[in-house]
Design a protein around this ligand. Structure first.
Ligand code: AOF
Ligand code: ZN
Length: 357
């Protein structure tokens, strides 16, 4: 199963909104085939493994990180292939919450006389697919809020200068998130201040779909995002009914998405529903501080990645990761659960899950 998990990761950034899945077929003490889901719409891990068989699979066991599917989607049911190849025993990691599968895959295998062992290394297998589990059950994107701050909680100096808070190893890891997640989202102030590209700088990386929350359609036509919108998709979410500016943006390749309004701002829940309809299963939220606050308040954030650099900026406290209204009392804080601590160079990364009570 460890090997199947390793294989599954090879699909990172390529399978969304489908899950990362790996499969290994074993006969006696020999691995006779390996497979993984390599790209959206292509062979599932199980059938990919069968396509790599080095000998007949009759009587063999299969290790697969996710419950095999039993429905006709873009691909035929994997259960049928497992039965047809005479597999005797299947070890399964995660349950599949997809309503089309959800236990029915395992039942089909058992009904065919195959022994099925479930929840093998389940925690590790589940850790492959937080995005898929969230998206398949809610139809809205899994949102990861990311920011980098100093040990005194600042994201920039009082001058606004922020290059760089963290070192190059940590910044490289951010690029991996940009590759793994389907979209990247920022507020209009970040565009006006930094004019970012929001692309993925990894050699083999995939650029995320770039999403800007821009209530009043202020985005400059000469900004890097708009200039490159025909090469890498840009979605501008807005409340504005300025049809003229919208038409110019569309002409430049931008998708203008008008959302509902909430308290004078973009209704982020509504925006997530609309993005989910476009198969955007995951979003890296890269600020700024006001959008971060709205996102928490709207309860659209599932995970927070905090990079902490071993340095102190001091200053007025103008540049902190989450601004807007504070909670009125420590008892009302947004509650987080620590999931993981990693180190990149000198910087720490703490990953939290957001707990909505
Ligand atoms: C995958 N890859 O290796 C496995 C999946 O539309 P389809 O036919 O690609 O089916 C997608 C569903 O199949 C997916 O939501 C999940 O429930 C199930 N298993 N999917 O993309 C795989 N094993
Ligand atoms: Zn399948």
């Amino acid at each position: 199963m460890k090997r199947a998990i390793e294989l599954a990761k090879k699909g990172t950034g390529k399978v969304n909104p489908n899950p990362l899945v790996g499969a290994v077929i074993v006969k006696g003490d020999r691995i006779i085939a390996e497979g993984y889901h390599a790209a959206y719409g292509e062979l599932h891990a199980e059938r990919h493994a069968f396509s790599n068989l080095t000998e007949d699979a009759h009587g063999a066991s299969m290790y697969v990180t996710l419950e095999p599917c039993c429905h006709h989607g873009k691909q035929p049911p994997c259960t049928e292939a497992i039965i047809a190849h005479g597999i005797k025993k299947v070890y399964v990691g995660s349950d599949d919450p997809n309503a089309l599968v959800a236990g029915k895959g395992i039942k089909q295998l058992r009904d065919a006389g195959i022994e099925v062992v479930t929840h093998v290394m389940q925690k590790e297998c589940d850790a492959l697919n937080p995005v898929f589990f969230h998206y398949i059950t809610t139809k809205t994107p899994y949102v990861v809020m990311k920011y980098a701050m100093t040990a005194d909680g600042k994201i920039a100096c009082d001058s606004g200068a922020s290059q760089w808070v963290t070192g190059k190893e940590a910044r490289l890891h951010v690029q991996e998130s940009r590759n793994a997640l389907t979209g990247i989202m920022v507020g209009i102030n970040t565009v006006l201040m930094d004019d970012p590209q929001l692309t993925c700088h990894l050699e083999q990386g995939r650029d995320p779909i770039r999403i800007v929350c821009d209530s009043h359609l202020q985005i400059p036509l000469e900004s890097n995002l708009i200039r490159t919108a025909k090469e890498v998709p840009v979605i501008v979410a807005t409340l504005s009914d300025d049809a003229k500016k919208a038409a110019v943006l569309q002409e430049k390749g931008v998708q203008v998405l008008v959302t509902k309004e909430k308290d004078g701002c973009i209704d982020l829940k509504n925006l997530m529903e609309k993005l989910g309809e476009q198969k955007i299963d995951s979003i890296l939220l890269e600020g700024g501080a006001t959008l971060n606050q709205s996102a928490l308040q709207s309860q659209i954030v599932q995970r927070i990645q905090v990079y902490i650099a071993p340095k102190i900026f001091g200053g007025s406290g103008r540049y902190t990761p989450v601004r807007g209204n504070s909670v009125t009392n420590p008892d009302h804080a947004y509650q987080l659960q620590s999931k993981e601590i990693k180190q990149f160079g000198e910087d720490l990364l703490i990953e939290y899950e957001v707990c909505y009570g």
